[in-house]
Design a protein around this ligand. Structure first.
Ligand code: MN
Length: 257
């Protein structure tokens, strides 16, 4: 299996090397990741400026490519021809905070995998609950990645489906298991933080406390709240099926004036 590994925390993030180490036993690994942190960048297609790619290496010397584009740009670059050999699976992460519920459209980790789907390649996004800035042990996520990739060797992902995997920040032997989930309800505590620059001009941070969520059983948020890793199958079709069926969509031409 040929893996394309990317992330949204930047090519030098320890979580990227942890994911490379987790998938390396299963095949060939190519790495193309952003040259800086793009957390929260969402699904980006850079069209107003050129993209540059340069050779770099991970902390253990593994050769990698870095780009000044977003995580989704990195996946597009790789799949549209920068990486010669066909890619079988896009893996993204390991992100240093969870990406659950409504987070998925904000998440550079998840939207990198969405870009794989746009290009016909399945993928898995890995995010581990924890501190955005503190050092983190990724052994538990590596274990979960091993379980999932082992299954993917003998099973085919359904067309257009990708996996959003969230892992609690616990020791491997404290993980209760892995649950198949649906998206839960994230509750954001965002507020606008207005400040002044040195010349008196206003600027803003979208700030606030860490998001919470409703830990309903069967959801990603519920799984992590109970010590389980969460695997949510997602697709890009956001259609609200079965809604607005009783609205009137036909206007006879003689009633328009
Ligand atoms: Mn991130």
């Amino acid at each position: 299996m040929h893996f394309l590994v990317t992330n949204d925390d930047g090519v030098r993030a320890p979580g990227l090397l942890a994911l490379v180490d987790a998938v390396r036993p299963f095949g060939k690994v190519s790495i193309l990741a952003p040259d800086r942190n793009w957390s929260g960048s969402g699904h980006v297609k850079t069209m107003s400026r050129p993209l540059r790619v340069f050779e770099t290496a991970l902390q253990d010397g593994t050769p990698a490519f870095a780009s000044d584009g977003a995580p989704s740009d990195c996946v597009a670059l790789a799949l549209l021809g920068y990486i010669d050999e066909p890619v079988d699976l896009v893996v993204s992460g390991i992100n240093t905070t969870s990406n659950m519920g409504h987070d998925v459209t904000y998440s550079g980790t998840v939207t990198a995998v969405m870009e794989g789907i746009v290009n016909g390649i399945p993928g898995v996004a890995f995010s581990q609950e924890g501190s955005e800035f503190g050092p983190q042990d990724f052994a538990v996520s590596q274990h979960v990645a091993n379980v999932i990739i082992t299954q993917l060797l003998s099973r085919k992902m359904p067309e257009g489906v990708f996996l959003n995997v969230n892992i609690p920040d616990v020791a491997v032997d404290k993980l209760k298991g892995i649950q198949l989930t649906r998206q839960g309800l994230r509750v954001y505590h965002s507020r606008l933080d207005e400040r002044l620059d040195p010349r008196g001009g206003k600027y803003y941070w979208i700030a606030g406390d860490k998001p919470g969520g409703v830990p309903e059983p069967g959801t990603d948020i519920g799984a992590l709240a109970n010590g389980f890793a969460s695997v949510t199958p997602l697709q890009l079709d956001l259609t609200a099926h079965g809604k607005l069926l009783d609205w009137e969509w036909y206007f006879p031409i003689d009633e328009r004036n």
